[in-house]
Design a protein around this ligand. Structure first.
Ligand code: ZN
Length: 220
């Protein structure tokens, strides 16, 4: 018996839905373990799955596709609090004034503000802690311990981010923007009642917003 291929001119190209692609990404994330993975790592997995090129084409970039399943940060290296502080000191000395998020991202080791935000609440808070240490007001241990209360409470577990994005159909609940229609759209999971005002990490306090609507909300 031979398989006869049918060169059917009327055969339709199967267009996978956004949901199909996202399910494939989630399956890969589970297979590879937690956190960021590259498109070659994804394509290297055993089994049949949509090619990474299809996913990149649909969502604009690999990074944006991963953001849809709650994986952000890209190839960001993990920095220890010691490294973060050493970098902050170096950049501060170079500038001769306390760096903000833009300076920290472009000078020294070019570390984004996010690890500073996670550990101290913000780059400014990290600067305040560093100054307090040099003035002898806090110990080095206290400096490196950061402000664990603030940032950890704002961290939404990955599986909850997935659940919220899926529930909201991978669209901004305010304006309906979706990365599959517009590659410039970046979705974020937002606390409806802010953590600072005792809003929790429960699913009913979380919603999907595009970056623009989320920024608009923060500015108000
Ligand atoms: Zn929006």
């Amino acid at each position: 018996m031979t398989d006869r291929f049918n060169f059917d001119l009327k055969a339709k190209r199967i267009r996978l839905s956004d949901g199909d692609l996202i399910v494939a990404l989630q399956a890969a994330a589970e297979a590879l373990g937690k956190g960021y993975f590259t498109s070659p790592q994804y394509d290297g997995l055993a089994g049949k799955r949509p090619h990474s090129a299809t996913i990149i084409d649909r969502f604009g970039s690999w990074k944006k596709a991963l953001a849809l399943i709650g994986i952000t940060g890209g190839r960001e290296r993990r920095h220890s609090p010691e490294q973060l502080i050493a970098n902050l000191e170096a950049v501060w000395k170079q500038l001769e004034y306390p760096p903000g998020k833009r300076q920290i991202a472009t000078l020294g080791e070019k570390i984004s503000e996010s690890p500073y935000r996670r550990h101290w609440g913000s780059v400014l808070s990290a600067c305040e802690a560093l100054a307090a240490f040099h003035e002898g007001k806090i110990s080095r241990e206290q400096l490196l311990a950061g402000n664990p209360d603030e940032p950890t409470r704002t961290t939404i577990p990955l599986k909850d981010r997935w659940a919220v994005l899926k529930r909201d159909n991978y669209r901004c609940v305010k304006c309906g923007a979706s990365p599959s229609n517009d590659h410039a759209v970046e979705l974020e999971v937002d606390h409806i009642l802010p953590v600072a005002r005792d809003g929790g990490n429960t699913l009913d306090n979380l919603q999907t917003l595009c970056r623009r609507c989320n920024q608009g909300k923060k500015d108000r």
